[in-house]
Design a protein around this ligand. Structure first.
Ligand code: 5GP
Length: 204
C-alpha cells in the first residue's frame, strides 16, 4: 500500500488531555510529525516558544494570514490560533502522518481543503471529570475556565462531523487506541487511490 502520510486532525474540549496524548503518541510510535501552531494567547507556565506554540502578537498573526502562511486559523476564547502551512506540507511530502491539534472551526476548514484528512475527537469520560481536570491544571482563571466550558458546549454540536471518537479515560490505552485507528485509516481505499489504479492497470 501507499506510504504517503495522512493529515490527522485531533480536536476535543479544553482539558480533555489532547496535548499530553499527542506528545505520547509521537514519542512512542514512529512516523508521526506534530505541527506547532501559532497563537496570540499568552504562554502558560512551562510552555516554551516553538515547542507548544509559536507565541506571537495579533499584528504579526494578521501579517501571516495576509501572506497565506496558514492552512487554517480560528479564534478561540478571544485569541487567534493557526496552522503554519510550510511544516505540514514538508512532513506530508516526507511520508509522515501529520497531527494537527486544533479546534472545530479549523478542523472543518482542513476537511474542506484536504478531504482525505482523518478527523478524531477526544472526549473526557464525563463533564464532571473535564471540569476537575481544568481546575487541577490551575493555569486559567475561573472566568476563562467558564468561557472554555461554554465553548465546549458549542463544539459538542459539531462532533458528528468527525470520523472517530476517542475517550480519554486511561492515557496509555487511549494512545494505543489512537494509533490503531490511524493505522486502520491508512487502509481506506480513498487513501490508496494510486495503489488501486496500479493494480487495475496491471489487470488490464
Ligand atoms: P489552548 O489555549 O488550550 O492551548 O488551545 C485552545 C484551543 O485552540 C484548543 O481547542 C486547541 O486545539 C485549539 N488550537 C490550537 N492550535 C490551533 C490551530 O492552529 N488552529 C485552530 N483552529 N485551533 C487550534
Amino acid at each position: 500500500m501507499e506510504k504517503k502520510g495522512i493529515l490527522i486532525v485531533v480536536s476535543g474540549f479544553s482539558g480533555a488531555g489532547k496535548g499530553t496524548l499527542m506528545k505520547k503518541l509521537v514519542s512512542e510510535y514512529e512516523g508521526y510529525a506534530l505541527s506547532v501552531s501559532m497563537t496570540t494567547r499568552e504562554p502558560r507556565v512551562g510552555e516554551v516558544d516553538g515547542r507548544e506554540y509559536y507565541f506571537t502578537s495579533r499584528e504579526r498573526f494578521e501579517e501571516v494570514i495576509a501572506a497565506d502562511g496558514l492552512i487554517e486559523y480560528a479564534t478561540y476564547v478571544d485569541n487567534y490560533y493557526g496552522t503554519p502551512v510550510e511544516y505540514v506540507e514538508k512532513e506530508l511530502e516526507a511520508g509522515k502522518d501529520v497531527l494537527l491539534e486544533i479546534e472545530i472551526q479549523g478542523a472543518l476548514k482542513v476537511k474542506e481543503k484536504f478531504p482525505s484528512a482523518l478527523l478524531l475527537f477526544v472526549m473526557p469520560p464525563s463533564i464532571d471529570e473535564l471540569r476537575k481536570r481544568l481546575l487541577k491544571r490551575g493555569t486559567e482563571t475561573g472566568e476563562i475556565i467558564e468561557k472554555r466550558l461554554r465553548r465546549a458546549g458549542e463544539e459538542a454540536e459539531g462532533i458528528e462531523f468527525y470520523d472517530y471518537l476517542v475517550i480519554n479515560d486511561d492515557l496509555n490505552e487511549c494512545v494505543i487506541r489512537l494509533h490503531e485507528i490511524i493505522t486502520a485509516a491508512h487502509a481506506a481505499p480513498a487513501r490508496n487511490i494510486d495503489f488501486i489504479k496500479k493494480l487495475r492497470n496491471d489487470l488490464s
